[in-house]
Design a protein around this ligand. Structure first.
Ligand code: ZN
Length: 402
């Protein structure tokens, strides 16, 4: 038996240190090699060698000199990453979104397409997802960038193997989306991941949203379904098999309407955007769910005009939402619950009723300090989160080869 450091440990230590330098630069750039050494506790020679490696891979670049208060002027460093792109996608019952960002998080493209997710079969859906991904990859590669990875968010239960076990609003059962995409994209050299959409959206909220440093943060997707992405004590809560956060299927009314999952009285059957549209615009109830966006705009228009029926329906939706949030607040005591997706546009009318219900149903005084806010990220936060997840793998030291 061998003991002591193994050769692999050296590579691990180096990857860890590269990740430390990259993360420091992401948070603090521009900074000098000496700044990095002082802040991270790595010695200057090590920092210089790590920075040389990062410059070789075009992940970091030098940018001018600065006058320092003490000592000689120093060369400043910033994240580069211009030759790379991270791609994220969000698939929903009524649309899909694709986003590409560079290493520094600058948006390279953001496209949204109507998509009849609830009527397409899984094969057709995979082909549509692959076609949009291919266009995005083609666009960034035409600009001379290398794709670092593709992460696709899906509204459902996704196993660690990339198989979508169940996505009620897409009517999917055991769909091996990752393999289908790998095949459709011609076995590309970059990794493809599939993840629950709410989990990706909360990562986007943590990286780019208004509550970036919040350790106890919940993001609610406001689509036909309502998924929860939960960050508890700084970590994404995925549960034993990755199926945590099925907020929309909390039982709130045993005699309530039938949910897309087949059960009765789930929260999303009462407070999902589809339920709200059906309640406020019964005349539109026969149209296809691919029309959700204009319908939500119509609800907003009528609410602004003071339509009492629409205002009542929004207050009722907010009340159900507050009921659900109180249940989660009693369990997890989050600092912030962020309303995402279509809920953002509806938030001015949903939040007052939801907050009152949250306070009434929370055991903790002042609802345990839980705040309810609208996301500042646009629709398709899960796509942004998918790209962020690709960047996270780079930040954790899995660097592209030079
Ligand atoms: Zn349900």
């Amino acid at each position: 038996m061998q003991s002591g450091p193994q050769p692999a440990d050296f590579a691990d230590v180096r990857a860890t240190n590269l990740a430390v330098v990259l993360r420091h630069l992401r948070m603090n750039a521009p900074c000098s090699r000496a700044d990095i050494a002082a802040a991270t506790g790595l010695n200057k020679a090590t920092v210089s060698s790590l920075v040389a490696d990062l410059i070789d891979r075009r992940l970091v670049r030098e940018t001018g000199m600065t006058e320092r208060r003490i000592g000689r002027p120093a060369t400043m460093l910033v994240l580069d990453g211009s030759p790379y792109a991270a791609i994220g996608m969000e698939v929903n019952a009524d649309y899909m979104t694709v986003v590409a960002v560079d290493l520094a998080g600058r948006k390279l493209l953001s496209w949204r397409r109507a998509f009849a997710g609830s009527s397409a079969n899984p094969g057709q859906a995979a082909a549509s997802i692959a076609a949009l991904a291919k266009r995005a990859v083609g666009k960034v590669e035409k600009e001379g960038r290398r794709t670092l990875g593709l992460t696709v968010g899906v509204p459902g239960l996704v196993g660690g193997d990339g198989i979508v076990r169940l996505a009620p609003n897409l009517r999917w059962h055991d769909v091996d989306l990752r393999s289908a995409l790998r095949k459709a994209l011609g076995e590309p050299p970059y990794p493809i991941e599939v993840e629950n959409d709410a989990n990706l959206a909360v990562l986007a909220e943590q990286r780019y949203g208004g509550f970036a440093e919040t350790a106890n943060l919940i993001y609610l997707t406001g689509e036909i379904g309502i998924g929860a992405g939960i960050i508890s004590e700084g970590r994404l809560m995925r549960g034993e098999r990755g199926f945590a956060g099925e907020f929309g299927h909390l039982l709130v009314d045993p005699s309530g309407p039938v949910c897309g999952c087949g059960r009765r009285g789930c929260l999303e059957a009462l407070a999902g955007v589809g339920a709200l549209v059906a309640r406020t615009l019964p005349d539109a109830a026969t149209s296809s769910p691919t029309e959700l966006e204009p319908e939500v705009e119509e609800v907003v228009r009528r609410a602004k005009a003071g339509d009492p029926k629409v205002l009542d329906a929004l207050a009722e939706t907010g009340k159900h939402l507050g009921h659900g949030v109180a249940t989660v607040a009693n369990l997890l005591n989050p600092d912030v619950v962020v309303l995402g997706g279509y809920f953002v546009q509806l938030a001015p009318w949903l939040i007052p009723a939801a907050e009152a219900e949250l306070r009434a149903r929370s055991i903790a005084p002042e609802a345990g300090g839980t705040r309810l806010v609208a996301s500042t990220l646009e629709l398709g936060a899960a796509a942004t989160g998918g790209a962020a997840r690709v960047l996270d793998t780079i930040d954790s030291g899995r660097l592209p080869t030079p």
